[in-house]
Design a protein around this ligand. Structure first.
Ligand code: ARG
Length: 455
């Protein structure tokens, strides 16, 4: 393809380090789509004649059919997917194939192909996240009244509902989808026609190729167009954030499924056994989602490092942009699917959750709030009084609600019979009815909004 000025072919190691076909063959559909749009435009502009354009278009269809049927062959001498397509086209239709590369370069070609690929990847992730959200909302609705301990510092804090807890992940996924949508909107400009770096002297119609490939329009600066990989980084950063959320849920599932917690039971299809310990039921899928998130962040870092010192415009370093994006995407798609499956099928030990919520003095704040509200005690003083009550209950091996009124009055005279109405976990949860709070009515209102927005 570029042999004109060279006396000898590349060394074997040069061929190997140079070739991207082993991974960029994944771009074949996008490469053919961009070539189709390009050849139609070349003919419409009178840059090549209609007969040649038709021969090229037909040839491209044939290449597509072959790849669809047999996969893309890997010839390291042909470097990359762009050369593979062009060389096969030449075998099929002869020298007229050489007219396809008029007014373009592999630099704008790869930038276009890769944008198209990332755009499809974003659409796939968005669909996966929507399914994940639906699973969360369905389980949240089912568990809207289920009491569980809420934690800070992984210490029992205040009772919440399981529905509320699950809906927290719905919110994270919602932000993830919006980040991917932002990335998609920014990505959707077509670099094709920027040629090698400077644009072209041929009278091309960039708006037409942009339209044909469903971009919003052509990019504005040819140098930027061939050197920009922000769209891939946007994808990787959104993927990293999303993976981070999945990893936090995965960690919770691992904790919940442990025997000391006993909050959740993973079904057989998302657990594995041990080859030595017959009793084992391991949460491997959750652990792998947690593990994959690290690799996804690594992919993001890899591309940041590749791009950070590159002068304008194209440099071959940029060929390394694709493996981390492909890897991150595969890992993320799998993680979202596995997490959706776990959320859909996980069993909850609601009795155990409730027992632990009741045992951790988790309504201590409710007692303090009662003193503020009913006895006009300043909150800091109330906090101190309740601290003494917790200590007394702890010493007697009792729950707060099990202390006698006499005991409580011994700590502070102002405590009255009414406190027993706020010391239960149900009363505590029901009282947290501020917007976005854990009260079941609030959670149901958020679930209704979520269902509405998920359609
Ligand atoms: N395979 C290359 C890549 O992925 C295509 C662009 C090559 N351009 C060049 N001038 N060598 O980046």
């Amino acid at each position: 393809m570029w042999g004109g000025r060279f006396g000898e072919g590349p060394a074997a190691v040069m061929r190997e380090i140079n070739a991207s076909i082993p991974f960029d063959k994944r771009l074949w559909r996008q490469d053919l789509a961009a070539s189709r749009a390009h050849v139609v435009m070349l003919a419409a502009q009178g840059i090549i004649n209609g007969e040649d354009a038709q021969a090229i278009a037909d040839g491209l269809e044939q290449v597509a059919a072959e790849y669809e049927k047999n996969g893309v062959p890997e010839d390291l001498d042909l470097e990359d997917i762009h050369m593979h397509v062009e060389s096969r086209l030449a075998e099929l239709i002869g020298p007229v194939a050489g007219r396809l590369h008029t007014a373009r370069s592999r630099n704008d070609q790869v930038a276009t192909d890769f944008r198209l690929w990332v755009r499809d990847a974003i659409d796939a992730v968005d669909a996966g996240l929507a399914a994940f959200q639906k699973a969360l909302v369905a389980r949240a609705e089912e568990q809207a009244d289920t009491i569980m301990p809420g934690f800070t510092h992984l210490q029992s804090a205040q009772p919440v509902t399981l529905g509320h807890h699950l809906m927290a992940y719905y919110e994270m996924a919602k932000r993830d989808r919006s980040r991917f949508a932002d990335a998609r909107a920014r990505l959707n400009q077509c670099p094709l026609g920027s040629a090698a770096l400077a644009g072209t002297g041929f009278p091309i119609d960039r708006a037409a190729t942009a339209r044909a490939l469903h971009f919003d329009g052509p990019t504005a600066n040819s140098l930027d167009s061939v050197s920009d990989r922000d769209f891939a980084l946007d994808y990787l950063m959104a993927a990293t954030q999303c993976a981070l959320h999945l990893s936090r849920l995965a960690e919770e599932i691992v904790i919940w499924a442990s025997q000391p917690y006993g909050f959740a039971i993973l079904p057989d299809d998302y657990s594995t056994g041990s080859s030595i310990m017959p009793q084992k039921r391991n949460p491997d899928a959750a652990e792998l989602v947690r593990g994959h998130s690290g690799r996804i962040a690594g992919c993001m870092t890899a591309l940041v490092m590749t791009m950070k010192g590159l002068p304008l415009a194209y440099a071959k370093d940029m060929q390394d942009d694709k493996p981390p994006v492909f890897e991150a995407h595969d890992l993320l798609a799998l993680s979202i699917a596995a997490m959706t499956g776990m959320v859909e099928t996980m069993g909850f030990s609601t009795g155990r959750m409730r027992a632990l919520a009741e045992s951790g003095f988790s309504t201590a704040t409710d007692l303090a709030d009662w003193l503020v509200r009913e006895a006009n005690v300043p909150f800091r003083e109330a906090h101190h009084i309740v601290g003494s009550a917790v200590k007394m209950a702890e010493d007697q091996g009792m729950l707060l609600a099990e202390l006698s009124l006499a005991d409580l009055k011994g700590i502070d005279e102002r405590i009255g019979e009414g406190v027993f109405g706020v010391l239960s976990v149900d009363a505590s949860v029901a009282s947290r009815a501020s917007h976005g709070g854990t009260a079941p009515d609030q959670v149901r209102a958020r679930i209704a909004e979520a269902k509405e927005s998920l359609g």
